[in-house]
Design a protein around this ligand. Structure first.
Ligand code: IPM
Ligand code: MN
Length: 352
């Protein structure tokens, strides 16, 4: 457990309370966890964004559960934010698949008009270890110019494409409404050779599963399509920075980032976290939306093979919205307290 900074500790605690209830209801898994230091507070304490003990624990744990980390005022000497673990954990443990389910819950404050619950239901898959962010901290810098390089590798494009098609073949239900299985690559292959390379590898992988539609969209057109026809998508896959930007856009279409969980998955290890930041402006007030963190716990259970428990948890959150026990204001914030949201979900779990 890495509880993080800002609202992190509050929403991680909320998720744990819900997991305890779920465990009592389901009975066939056992929670066994340790907290470790990581994030901006950790950087201030020990001069590193994560402790060696935490890294060792991640190596041996079945999974890692992480709150958001980083605080805008805690910076490294080069001006970038301290306490961010993206580069350390994703690259360090080769967690190449960043999986972000984009699902419209009932009664959420989506800015899109006339969308029924579940009309938006797709996986946003972001390549997590290369692309432009491979340049994190290693760009060329002089006093007059700075260069960051976008690099994609054959292995990287191949494995994320395979992950996408596997996901599309497994996905049980949800959009697209035309009943097709579909993987959409978002790129900019009309302009950059790196993306033309990615596209070629993607289309090669696609040939192995002809029953799944493979399509390609330019990133600018995709930005529009994710807003104007989100029900079209089932799995979208893209490069690291495009994925960072467009998954926030996608999150906004389903009521804001406070709704959005994520999994960072490699061949051996994984960690689970919300897609949003630490919201320092509301930290400590007991009003943070715990839904993203709680749904991250559901993704973790799914990863651990506790499929039934994962579904129960996701459904309980769904029901809490359906029954208007949790309501959103704007940008994924809840109307009410973290505690009442937790209780609403616990009550739904107990009904099962
Ligand atoms: C995310 C975050 C991180 C990223 C930040 C905090 C470094 O925005 O998970 O999307 O850019 O990857
Ligand atoms: Mn982001």
């Amino acid at each position: 457990m890495l509880s993080g900074d800002g609202i992190g500790p509050e929403i991680v605690d909320a998720a744990l309370q819900v997991l305890e209830t779920l465990q009592r209801q389901v009975g066939h898994f056992r929670l066994d966890y340790r907290f470790h230091e990581a994030g901006a507070a950790c950087y201030q304490n020990i001069g590193e964004s994560i402790s060696v003990q935490a890294l060792k624990a991640i190596e041996t744990a079945d999974a890692t559960f992480k709150g958001p980390t980083g605080l805008p005022e805690v910076r490294k000497p080069d001006g970038t934010e301290a306490g961010l673990l993206g580069g350390i954990l994703r690259n360090g443990f080769d967690l190449y698949a960043n999986l972000r389910p984009i699902r419209l819950f009932p009664n959420t404050a989506t800015p899109l008009k006339k969308k029924a619950a579940d009309s938006i239901d797709y996986y946003f898959l972001r390549e997590n270890t290369e692309g432009l962010y491979l340049s994190r901290g290693v760009g060329i810098v002089t006093s007059e110019a700075v260069a960051d390089t976008l690099m994609v590798t054959r292995k990287g494009c191949d494995r994320i494409s395979r992950f996408a098609f596997k996901l599309a073949s497994k996905k049980k239900k949800g959009a697209p409404k035309d009943g097709k299985r579909r993987v959409t690559l978002i790129d900019k292959s009309n302009v950059l050779r790196s993306f033309a390379f990615f596209r070629e590898i993607f289309l090669n992988v696609a040939r192995e599963t002809p029953e799944i539609d493979a399509e390609c969209l330019y990133a600018d057109a995709a930005a529009a399509a994710l807003v104007t026809r989100p029900e079209h998508f089932q799995v979208v896959v893209t490069e690291n920075m495009f994925g960072d930007i467009l998954s926030d856009l996608a999150g906004a279409t389903v009521g804001g980032l406070g709704m959005c969980p994520a999994a960072n998955i490699g061949d051996r290890l994984a960690y689970f976290e919300p897609i949003h930041g630490t919201a320092p402006d509301i930290a400590g007030k007991g009003i943070a939306n715990p839904v993203s963190q709680i749904r991250s716990a559901a993704m973790m259970l799914e990863y651990l093979g506790e499929t039934e428990a994962a579904e129960m948890l996701e459904n309980a959150v769904w029901q809490a919205f359906e029954n208007k026990r949790i309501e959103l204001t704007t940008a994924g914030r809840i109307d009410g307290s973290t505690k009442t949201a937790v209780m609403a979900i616990q009550d739904e779990l107990k009904k099962v």
